[in-house]
Design a protein around this ligand. Structure first.
Ligand code: ATP
Length: 435
């Protein structure tokens, strides 16, 4: 706090005095002397109140304040060997900006860990904990690093509509919206629009924006609104071009977080390992065998599922690998826009898994309109409903491919958090729509 930040919003240095603003974290009354710990976003400072030296009204008002009240205090700064900062303030005047109600629904510095639901219900108090805020400082840094990496690889930052007339990831998880009397949906991903941009000469695009899934599953990795980091690139030779780009981007993110986020990683007690490159590749079939050997009864073409992904994650961890690709998914298990591997039951697709969880999926897209329309029909979709999308394929569509990465899943796994909700300020799920 003071000492770290001079003349910032919460610290003002005057002539022999200093004014500090913050929340009353703790009041300790020891008879002849009282101590108050004042905290702001940057740290803590001690106010020391020797009863005999402080004006009685001021002493009484400060020492009876409720915890977490927002106040401002002006006083003399003294050196002190007893405090972590090596400083203390002897108050001479104060202002109460806003007194906190009592009792607090959630302790900010209590040792007892509150339930996640209690924390999320009282999120603004929860975020007063430095370790809760550190997650979002790291997440903010991840966004910065993703953009830096994309821009250095020639990707253009774009935004696509979030109010859409059709989905790309399957009807079951679409949120319906009444759009002036017409049915519309919240976009599950930028899939269709980022592909359409491949027909424009914006050769490489990326988007960081919200994606909405009406996921009825109550798991620690599914929410109904998350931030998707999407990329799409044209004139590719194969999906390897896409996977190379992702590896470059991920490497920049991991290195950047570990260097520029060191302070926040420290607050969380996280030692971040940088996944070694190239990320190893497993085929879907190899994964299926591993999962079956571990006793999970999966049919050909089944999604590996949470348990399957964890089995593969443990297997890879035993080889010292955190980040790896799963390639060659069966064509049947993939959406219509993924290119099938002709003459085989497989597709040009990949998932990127990190520590036993899928964080990304992508692949080469089908750019030949006749084949694309055929795939739509095979999957029970009516091409007429996707006419706006198909138009982009009618007048010369380059070969292209791309990915979607769930940013919160990435951050959750990087920081070893138990639930994706902890990496979202105000998460939305089956039951949670407030705060
Ligand atoms: P899963 O099988 O784990 O439900 P998915 O196959 O539906 O994921 P995609 O449609 O491929 O996921 O979305 C791309 C990425 O978006 C995923 O790898 C994941 O990181 C993220 N993602 C997808 N659904 C969710 C969700 N409900 N909550 C948080 N992140 C999600």
């Amino acid at each position: 706090m003071a000492g770290k930040r001079k003349d910032s919003g919460s610290v003002r240095v005057g002539d022999g005095t200093v004014t500090v603003a913050g929340w009353v974290q703790e009041v300790r009354n020891l008879g002849g002397i009282s101590f108050i710990v004042l905290r702001d976003g940057a740290g803590e400072i001690q106010l020391t109140l020797p009863k005999k030296k402080i004006e009685p009204g001021l002493f009484e008002a400060l020492t009876t304040l409720h915890r977490e009240s927002a106040i401002e205090v002006t006083g003399e700064v003294k050196e002190s060997k007893q405090t972590a900062l090596g400083l203390e303030i002897i108050p001479s005047s104060f202002k109460i900006h806003s007194e906190a109600g009592a009792p607090l629904p959630l302790g900010v510095v209590d040792k007892v860990n509150a339930e996640m639901d209690t924390r999320l219900n009282h999120r603004t108090l929860d975020l007063r904990k430095p370790e809760a805020r550190a997650v979002f400082q790291i997440k903010g840094l991840v966004f910065e690093l993703l953009s830096e990496a994309c821009q250095s690889l020639g990707f253009v930052n774009v935004n696509t509509p979030k109010l859409v007339s059709s989905g790309a990831e399957g009807g079951a998880t679409l949120f319906g919206v009444d759009y002036f009397g017409r049915p519309a949906y919240l976009a599950q991903s930028p899939q269709l629009y980022k592909q359409m941009l491949m027909a424009t000469g914006l050769e490489r695009v990326y988007e960081i924006g919200p994606a909405f899934r009406a996921e009825p599953s109550n798991t620690n990795r599914h929410v109904t609104e998350f931030i998707s980091f999407d990329g799409e690139m044209s004139w590719i030779e194969s999906q390897d071009d896409v996977m190379d780009a992702i590896e470059e981007i991920m490497d920049h993110v991991f290195r950047g977080v570990s260097e520029r986020g060191a302070e926040h990683l420290g607050a969380l007690g996280v030692e971040l390992g940088i996944p070694s490159r190239p990320y190893p590749k497993l085929t879907y079939e190899e994964c299926l065998s591993l999962v079956r050997e571990a006793g999970l009864d999966l049919a050909d073409g089944d999604d590996l599922g949470t348990e399957g992904e964890k089995i593969i994650g443990d297997h890879m961890a035993s080889k010292g690998v955190d980040m790896y690709w799963i390639v060659e998914y069966p064509e049947e298990a993939k959406p219509f826009y993924i290119m099938a591997k002709e003459g085989t039951p497989y597709s040009y697709s990949f998932d990127l898994d990190y520590k036993g969880q899928e964080i990304s999926s992508g692949g080469q897209r089908e750019h030949r309109i006749d084949v694309l329309e055929g795939r739509m029909r095979d999957k029970g979709l009516d091409p007429a409903e996707f006419d706006f999308y198909l138009e982009a394929f009618r007048f010369g569509m380059p070969p292209h491919g791309g990915w979607g990465i769930g940013v919160e899943r990435l951050v959750t796994k990087m920081l070893g958090l138990p639930n994706v909700r902890e990496a979202i300020l105000f998460p939305r799920d089956l039951t949670r729509l407030t705060p």
